[in-house]
Design a protein around this ligand. Structure first.
Ligand SMILES: Nc1ncnc2c1ncn2[C@@H]1O[C@H](COP(=O)(O)OP(=O)(O)OP(=O)(O)O)[C@@H](O)[C@H]1O
Ligand SMILES: [Mg+2]
Length: 247
């Protein structure tokens, strides 16, 4: 059964960056097979890892709707979808990526979420680690794309507004009874550790902080994958120290 790490947080806070660095670290430490799930319809997790995007689940669903005649006789639609989705997993160097995407047709977004949840549920068994890069905001939680995880990692900046957003996400996961074994707050792009009193009322354990890293900025602007980030760079070194608590 794969160890699932779900990353959540508000828009632009660094979810995909941190998801990518965790995936990279799992590979470099040779801890086992890794599936990265890009649950953000404006997907870019693959890009962060230099894996060129293949078809998303959304695109597969569109194709199936447009060519229903292709469903083999004797196969249910759900079974066929499942089979097709297996074929869209992008295989990178030792890490596979599954992108959710969004179907073109209106009103079928929940359907993709259902499929994604079922498929992820099944795929989890085939990998040692599953890292889910969730979309910003709370919608994905309401739709329960993430119904359970070994680790919930809520990413925030150290600002009061950022921490309020992190608390809202954390509270919602509790309200929705999303099953988690470890629940962490990770502060990104900070110059110092968070004061403990700022954690009051937030039902997450403080994991630590990832500093602002000029190397990440440079790669991002150049469109280069995070594999290129120097191992000794401030962000990667900081994550390395936190990894033990995550696993
Ligand atoms: N520790 C860091 N140091 C420097 N730059 C960073 C750091 N973390 C993230 N960034 C930069 O911040 C920007 C947003 O990061 P990222 O795309 O990972 O956020 P996100 O939460 O996934 O955003 P979205 O909600 O749009 O999916 C990127 O340009 C990224 O390179
Ligand atoms: Mg992202």
């Amino acid at each position: 059964m794969g160890y699932t790490i779900a990353i959540a947080g508000k828009g632009g806070i660094g979810k995909s960056t941190i998801a990518s660095l965790i995936i990279r670290m799992l590979k470099e430490k040779k801890l086992g097979s890794v599936l990265g799930v890009d649950a953000d319809p404006n997907s870019n997790l693959g890009e962060f890892l230099g894996i060129k995007p293949g078809r998303s689940i959304g695109e597969v669903l569109d194709e199936i709707s447009a060519h229903k005649d292709k469903i083999p006789a004797g196969m249910t639609k759900d079974r066929y979808i499942e089979y097709e989705v297996q074929t869209v997993i992008e295989e990178g160097e030792g890490v596979d990526i599954l992108a959710m995407g969004r179907p073109e047709g209106p009103g079928c977004y929940c359907y993709v979420n259902n499929i994604l949840r079922n498929i992820v549920g099944k795929l989890i068994k085939d990998y040692d680690f599953v890292v889910i890069d969730n979309e910003a905001g709370l919608e994905h939680l309401s739709r329960k794309t993430t119904s359970s995880a070994d680790v919930l990692l809520v990413v925030s900046d150290p600002s009061p507004a950022g921490l309020r957003a992190a608390k809202r996400i954390s509270d919602l996961t509790l309200e929705l009874k999303i099953k988690t074994k470890k629940r962490f707050l990770l502060i990104n792009r900070s110059a110092k550790e968070l004061d403990k009193d700022k954690l009051e009322g937030i039902q997450l354990d403080y994991l630590g902080m990832i500093p602002e890293d000029a190397g990440i900025g440079k790669l991002s602007v150049a469109g280069e994958p995070l594999w290129e980030l120097a191992k000794g760079s401030p962000a990667y070194a900081a994550l390395n120290k936190l990894m033990e608590k995550i696993l």
